[in-house]
Write a protein that binds this ligand. Structure first.
Ligand code: GAR
Length: 216
């Protein structure tokens, strides 16, 4: 089967990146990471990628302050050099611009640590706790021009416990993130995601709900 070429954007520790690498190496994901790009020089993600012989570069956000389009144009150039087919944001803490989105329409995924459309933005595990919701979770969605607003591909629900702290909740959500991001990439790689307005449908087989129940 064709391996979809991934370009992964990161800013930090890279546990989602690691989960994708591990699933590819286990043969569970028909994908290949052809480049990892960080906007932060000391992101541990870069080290993780290099340990697996994946090209990993830092493109400094400092040089592009106030010039987000120019920054994204550099990303597009780097991705095109590597024939990237799908862009994955994995803890990338920048807002991307139409320059990148237009180059990869419906071909950019993001993982977000809340059940969108609840709690978009930053520090969302704390926001969910402070609000007192009983369930939160995580979402993989296509990226559009809004902030965490694109069509939702897959979500996982995580209960909030009375004794949860931001750390304990974040950790439980993260474990689900590691599962659903690979699952979404796999469905994309298999050509099974069909977008119908805001809805993303799974074609040719089980629904997302079935897949989730079968692979908790
Ligand atoms: C993850 O929880 C991811 O969902 C979140 O940052 C963390 C990155 O962790 N992303 C966002 O909040 C995007 N707005 P990681 O570097 O260990 O994958």
């Amino acid at each position: 089967m064709h391996k979809v070429k991934l370009g992964v954007l990161v800013s930090g520790r890279g546990s989602n990146l690691q989960a994708i690498i591990d699933n590819i190496e286990k043969g569970l994901l028909p994908a290949e990471i052809v480049i990892v790009i960080s906007d932060q020089p000391d992101a541990y993600s870069l080290e993780r990628a290099r340990k697996h012989n994946i090209p990993a570069i830092h493109i400094s956000e400092k040089e592009y302050r106030g010039k987000r389009d120019d920054y994204d144009a550099v990303l597009v150039t780097e991705f095109q050099k590597k024939n990237v087919e799908l862009v994955c944001l994995a803890g990338f803490m920048r807002i991307i611009t139409p320059t990148l989105i237009k180059a990869y329409p419906n071909r950019i995924l993001n993982i977000h640590p809340a059940l969108l459309p609840a709690f978009p933005g930053l520090h969302v595990q704390k926001a969910a706790l402070d609000h007192g919701v009983k369930f939160s979770g995580c979402t993989v969605h296509f990226v559009d021009e809004g902030m965490d607003t694109g069509p939702i591909i897959i979500q996982a629900v995580v209960p909030i416990l009375d004794n949860d702290t931001v750390d304990s909740l974040s950790e439980r959500i993260l474990r689900q993130e590691h599962k659903i991001y690979s699952r979404a990439i796999k469905l994309y790689a298999e050509g099974r995601l069909k977008t119908d307005g805001r809805r993303v449908l799974v074609i040719g087989g089980k629904t997302i709900a079935d897949e989730f129940l079968l692979n908790p």
